[in-house]
Design a protein around this ligand. Sequence first.
Ligand SMILES: [Zn+2]
Length: 401
Amino acid sequence: MGRAKQEMIEADSRGWNEPDGYVCPDCVEDEFLKSIILDNACHQKCDYCDTESDDDVASPVETLMEAIRDTVFYYYNDPTCAGVPYDGGSFIFDPIDTHEVLESLGLECDGQLFDDVASAFINTGWVASAHGHWASSHQNEILNASWNNFVNVVKHEVRYFFSRIPNSKKTDSQEYSPPQLLPIISHLANELKLISILPLGTNYYRVREREDGADWELDLDQMGAPPAVRAAAGRMNPAGISYLYLAFEQQTALAEVLERPPCGAAIAQFDAQRDLTILDLTSLPPLPSIFDDSCRDQREGLLFLNRFVEEISKPVRKDGREHVEYVPSQVVSEYFALGFQANGQPLDGIAYPSAVRPDGKNLVLFPSKRGYERNFDQVVFRSAQEQKFSTWSELFASINV
Ligand SMILES: [Zn+2]
């Protein structure tokens, strides 16, 4: 067999022709691709930006191709291989070219390098696919669809016994049913290390609106969680079951409660009496590079969790409909309060981002013992003070926006 033919067969099986040239890390934006170049640097000059050094600063473009190829084939495929049906002699939707594929994957790099990578691919027409097939879905898409179904079921179909709804209720066979989804979310929380310990002694804040002339005491009775019989439905707690809502910052506690001046607030400080074990939804790990084949599962899980956190912490209008809008996050909270353990211990609560103050963090504590009495032995009431806000500037200064 001739050398040219041998090279063609090899290129076909790889999916690309070996591009010539050397590239330095400064010519690509993605950190993972930069790391591949650094690990394989064996040349003193970059052919794209003309950087030169006495040290090896550039690696063959070919070293990037495997990661880029794997990513392209993770999200796209040749339309015939992907099983796209024909209708009237053409595919039922138009394939896109390699440039469009690389743009959709967010490949940011030197323009000539981009062209070289695109033209190295043998295939020129692509359709979005998962697991090689156009009609399949990636895990985060399946989880998103499952969450949409979960929300719809618990809001409008079955509130308390959704584990009994027949599987036929599922709209897509790849989706997880509501009872399947909750353990998957808790599994993701463990996998992505979202269970955190908040140390003993940490200060938390709680605010109640205080009208002019109000004379109720600034004590635990007034500043703690409401008694169960008076507990209204909240973002995380069902009506009649009292949770203790706190914030990590005084400014966040004020921003969550106050709406417009003139207004007044009672601000209480609580201190943790012990280390608290919580589900921490306030600082999800960063998304791994789309080009890192070893982190695909983690990336899929995080894509879903980012959307999930956004959904359960989004602002909800207090127009009476909140009793329904809060139901999905209440079900998730009760699942984590009662159906989840970290190292054999039940969770104390959930930390979640503030919907009204950027970077603000809230903490909701589950009752340490269920019943009529308020039982939140995780924290102790320290003190409370009163503050009034006459103008927007006074209010903004206090909530730090
Ligand atoms: Zn360069």
